[in-house]
Design a protein around this ligand. Sequence first.
Ligand code: ATP
Ligand code: MG
Length: 298
Amino acid sequence: MSTLNTSITTDTAQRETTTQDAVSMAKEKPAEAAIEYGKTVGTPFADDAKFCLRDVEVFYGDTQAIKGISLDIARNEVIAFIGPSGCGKSTFLRCLNRMNDSIDICRVKGRLELDGQDLYDPKRDVVELRARVGMVFQKPNPFPKSIYDNVAYGPRIHGLANRKSELDDIVEDSLRKAGLWNEVKDRLDAPATGMSGGQQQRLCIARTIAVSPEVVLMDEPCSALDPIATAKVEELIAELSQSYTIIIVTHSMQQAARVSHRTAYFHLGHLVEVNDTDKVFTAPEHELTESYITGRFG
Ligand SMILES: Nc1ncnc2c1ncn2[C@@H]1O[C@H](COP(=O)(O)OP(=O)(O)OP(=O)(O)O)[C@@H](O)[C@H]1O
Ligand SMILES: [Mg+2]
């Protein structure tokens, strides 16, 4: 009996493996064949480039995660990065404020410029860079401090306020911009960890913008939020885009369509297509983009 059970289980497992292999071969093989190394269809370049990125390659040890990507990111645009899990969106995003520096086995090659200056210049002050290019993560990560101190943290270490009243103004202004002021103005001394997830995420956005960054990188900022909190963050992105350049990684195509001007489609470490967001979702140029947005893989 037990032998029979084992053989049924093994047989089922083998069948599942075989089916999965077939599905992934069907997906992976033609996908690789449809991509030309270093080539992106659509409009990857911009006149008013904040970031100019050329032939970017990223390696984790011997494994290449980013394969010859060239892209401009324009001043004050919102660009969405989309693509199947593991295609390199977070890796590429982290190149833009040198967050990958903290991963020992990670090497970044190519030309990466912010306002025409080499991002990877060894003389560059990385703390100053990360104030200019702020980042909001998937999971809200407030410090175990008060709401006030979370927002005041960056301005304090960067010496942005000379007096308490100036710091108060920065904190209020940042919380207002993050759409949180009315909810927290009476409890600024309360611990940030006692806020709801959506409030914590908006607090992290307030903390990022408190140091007046030029660029905000967002890696799936709404994936842990409910639809109401998501809508608030999306409204905020629309407002922030008046003054900042925003790069958002998202698994939600509706979100990319709602918030971004251009959309970049990544696949297996390649940047396959960049186009105006409307075009990507209504008339994609590349067959792989089309397969992804119509749900054939991802
Ligand atoms: N710290 C790391 N060390 C080694 N390999 C890594 C590391 N981070 C990412 N990778 C690899 O690099 C590739 C790209 O990963 P990345 O996290 O950038 O993908 P992603 O598009 O953001 O995926 P997801 O949508 O799941 O977040 C994957 O093959 C991943 O396994
Ligand atoms: Mg990711």
